[in-house]
Write a protein that binds this ligand. Structure first.
Ligand code: HEC
Length: 303
């Protein structure tokens, strides 16, 4: 009898925790579905939905320059997905993509033994694991980015960590990204603490910043598909798929997702956050979760 009771108690504990585990991402899934639907609807037919989504945009210009309808996977192309002039220009540029040299450098770095004789391969199950990041580490209760994983590997093997944002770290990640092309983003929310990190990232996404009081949401959701001065605003959906990104501007620099996020925060006039700060890591966790199920297409070229 006692044995049976214990068995029932254990079984109910297990099933209880499974039920509970399944619900950590309930809110995030709700958010994600609404997010995806918003963009699919908005870019189904921008000309027809002009009044609803693009009230201040010149209709004739839209007819000439907008590409639609966009499929879920189309959002991998950022602003090039919907803005035809940039798309044509960049498709041409990408016939001989500048990032391919960076990827080649990344490959050399990936294969070059550390002083102890080991390589990056000793830290990762394979090269193409870009889609496993960022993830929530349930031991440290922190979001871990791919940049941190690369540097952790270096430190573990007695090497100095790379500086974050650009340079060698971006090259190594670019090589990993190239090997991960076509793999689907699959960010998970495995615990209560992970759900809190997600909520924090979400809060950062909707937070108004700088002297213009602009949020990520304002520019990359509400105003996505509009022009801002010389820029065409990318939809937030899919924004993390093409990282690291080679920016032609300023002579050409390969930038990591962290660097892009920090740049956008600074662009609002707010203080630039530190790369790999909790703010930027949680923000990348939220933003990448929103693109769950989308295939990776990094690295890519942008203005
Ligand atoms: C004032 C408007 C504005 C705000 C606010 C803003 N951005 Fe941006 N962002 C841009 C512009 C302009 C670009 C370059 C064109 C593009 O790709 O949208 C850009 C580019 C990006 C890119 C690169 C997209 C790509 O395809 O390479 C990411 C990622 C990004 N922003 C994320 C964010 C996040 C996250 C926030 C909030 C912290 C944010 N942005 C806030 C204007 C903004």
């Amino acid at each position: 009898m006692l044995k049976k009771l214990i068995k029932i108690a254990i079984l109910s504990m297990i099933s209880g925790s499974i039920l509970f585990a399944a619900s950590y991402n309930a809110q995030a899934e709700k958010d994600r579905k609404a997010f995806v639907n918003y963009f699919l609807k908005k870019f189904q037919n921008p000309v027809k939905n002009h009044a609803k989504y693009f009230p201040n945009v010149n209709l004739d210009e839209m007819k000439k320059t907008y590409r639609y309808p966009l499929s879920f996977q189309d959002f991998q192309d950022g602003s090039l997905a919907w803005y035809k002039p940039s798309r044509e220009q960049f498709k041409e540029l990408n016939e001989f993509p500048a990032y391919s040299l960076e990827v080649d450098d990344g490959e050399v770095l990936w294969n070059k033994p550390f002083a102890n004789g080991k390589t990056y391969s000793s830290c990762f199950p394979e090269t193409g694991v870009r889609n496993d990041y960022p993830y929530f580490d349930t031991k440290t209760n922190e979001v871990v980015t791919i940049g941190q994983a690369v540097n952790a590997c270096r430190v573990k093997n007695g090497e100095k960590p790379y500086k974050y944002g650009k340079g060698n770290i971006a090259k190594v990640i670019a090589y990993m990204a190239m090997k991960s092309r076509g793999k689907k983003i699959h960010v998970t929310i495995p615990s209560m603490a992970a759900a809190q990190a997600y909520e924090h990232g979400k809060k950062e996404f909707y937070k108004q910043r700088g002297y213009l009081s602009l949020s990520c949401n304002e520019c990359h959701v509400v105003s996505s598909g509009k022009r801002l001065r010389a820029e065409s605003l990318s939809p937030a959906l899919g924004q993390t798929t093409e990282m690291p990104v080679y920016r032609v501007k300023g002579g050409g620099t390969l930038l990591t997702l962290q660097a892009r996020l920090a740049g956008c925060v600074k662009g609002t006039g707010a203080e630039k956050p530190k790369l790999q700060s909790k703010t930027l890591r949680d923000l990348s966790y939220f933003l990448t979760y929103m693109s769950n199920g989308m295939k990776l297409y990094g690295p890519d070229t942008r203005k």
